[in-house]
Design a protein around this ligand. Structure first.
Ligand code: FAD
Length: 416
């Protein structure tokens, strides 16, 4: 069923009896060409592009919970392509371009809202760094502008410009950045994949791999064995635990990241604002809630809930640039498990095990990557060659001395 204004009108006039479920609930087949493990944003996007761009439709997405139960439904919804390094910038710009046409492409309202992202500058060295980043962005076709305090003041008069410790000296502004309704992305990709023949198997945990003579030939699941020519793992914060079942140890640590939503306020925040002297980012949802977050909790965990010291730290960051946030009441908060890699950049690669592929290490920037990650993973699975924007995301990059360390923090996953 194609969604359109005409369809809504027709259904409204006929008692809304014609709507059909957005995707089927099929039983698993004994064998598929490709089994994707993990029905998060990246897994569903991979299935969608495999079917749509590469004509591979004998595919199953195997999800242990329900669609949207992982980080795709837990993130703070920010999209942008303001990256510096060559290995990253073209990939994230490709992703932003896919976001721009996504709703028409998969015929689903994902509320893609390009309201802009403002990264505040608080010192001279930071200005130098952001100017360099802006130049790198423009060289790969992205949009970036450096703004002075007067221009920011017109957009956001309520920021604390003259804070003694963190005066606002300017910002790098990416007008095409913004927000997207996160769970609608999962639903849109799921519907688009399902209607092209992909089986989406919910409540079907993968508990092992079918290994024969050192190659991977399928997965063991809660609903039995499913054989496959290729198995594509895409489980974000559970990557280490799932790949351990294939005997692989990954350069990834899992940490929890929390998100916060305030009570609904009048429209205040034009797009996304990030604090440059600490870690705090905020946008405003269409319902009026301030949606914000900060650093990960610093310890390793697989629990989808965080602790109070980080709540305090995030709120301090908010108060430092936007004191009026202290008057807003916090409505809800939650956590998601992040797959933090050693250099802060992801992996989209074949493993050393024939038939087994890995997409992981998205840290806390994986939502914006969803379309390009799905497209590039589908490209790899269909052609056995990396997509041109994802050639740097190899598993052996540490051994080759070619990490992609955007922040320059070294091998400290909790700092990326
Ligand atoms: C609080 C928070 C805020 C964030 N904010 C942003 C942001 O503003 N911008 C941004 O770009 N990124 C953000 N992120 C990061 C982003 O959400 C993730 O990097 C991205 O969603 C990860 O990819 P995914 O959608 O495929 O993950 P998930 O949705 O987590 O998908 C993985 C799936 O694998 C399933 N799974 C796990 N184990 C198994 C198994 N054994 N068998 C079968 N299925 C399994 C899980 O149930 C899950 O559904 C944020 C994350 C969090 C938690």
């Amino acid at each position: 069923m194609r969604y359109s204004a005409l369809q809504i009108l027709k259904e409204g006039l006929t008692g809304n009896k014609g709507w059909i479920p957005a995707w089927r609930e099929p039983e698993p087949k004994a064998e598929y060409d490709i089994v994707i493990v993990g029905g998060g944003g990246h897994g569903l996007a991979t299935a969608y592009y495999l079917a749509k761009e590469f004509g591979v439709t004998n595919v199953a997405v195997v999800e242990k919970g329900w669609l949207g139960s992982g980080n795709i439904g837990r993130n703070t919804t920010i999209i942008r392509s303001n990256y510096l390094l060559e290995g990253n910038q073209p990939f994230y710009e490709f992703s932003l371009k896919l976001w721009e046409g996504l709703e028409q492409d998969f015929n689903y309202n994902a509320m893609v809202s390009q309201r802009g992202i403002l990264n505040l500058i608080h010192s001279d060295p930071q200005r130098d760094a952001f100017v360099r980043r802006g130049n790198a962005m423009r060289l790969s076709g992205a949009d970036a502008e450096i703004l002075g305090p007067d221009e920011i003041r017109k957009m956001c008069p309520y920021l604390d410009y003259d804070n003694a410790r963190f005066p606002i000296q300017g910002a790098i502004w990416q007008p095409r950045g913004g927000t997207v309704r996160h769970d609608a992305v999962a639903w849109g990709y799921a519907r688009g994949a399902d209607c092209r023949g992909v089986d989406i198997l919910q409540n079907c945990e993968v508990i092992g791999f079918v290994m024969e003579k050192g190659s991977c030939h399928g997965v063991e699941t809660a609903k039995g064995t499913i054989r496959a020519k290729k198995v594509a793992v895409c489980v974000a914060g559970s990557s280490s635990r799932v790949m351990e079942k294939a005997g692989m140890r990954l350069p990834i640590e899992s940490h929890v990241l929390q998100a916060f939503v305030s009570e609904g306020l009048k429209p205040t925040i034009p797009g996304v604002i990030t604090f440059g002297a600490g870690h705090f980012y905020v946008s405003q949802s269409d319902k009026g809630g301030l949606v914000f977050g900060g650093d990960i909790d610093g310890y390793n965990t697989y629990a989808q809930r965080g602790n109070l010291p980080v709540v305090e730290d995030v709120c301090e960051g908010g108060m430092a640039i936007m004191p009026m946030i202290g008057r807003a009441r916090l409505l809800r908060m939650w956590g998601g498990v992040m797959d933090m890699s050693m250099d802060g950049s992801p992996f989209i690669d074949k493993t050393h095990i024939d038939g087994l592929y890995l997409n992981a290490g998205w840290c806390y920037g994986g939502f914006k990557a969803t379309p390009a990650s799905g497209f590039c993973y589908a490209h790899l699975l269909a052609t056995d060659r990396p997509h041109e924007t994802a050639t740097a995301y190899r598993l052996d990059r540490f051994r080759r001395g070619a990490p992609i360390d955007e922040k320059g923090h070294g091998a400290q996953p909790n700092l990326h």
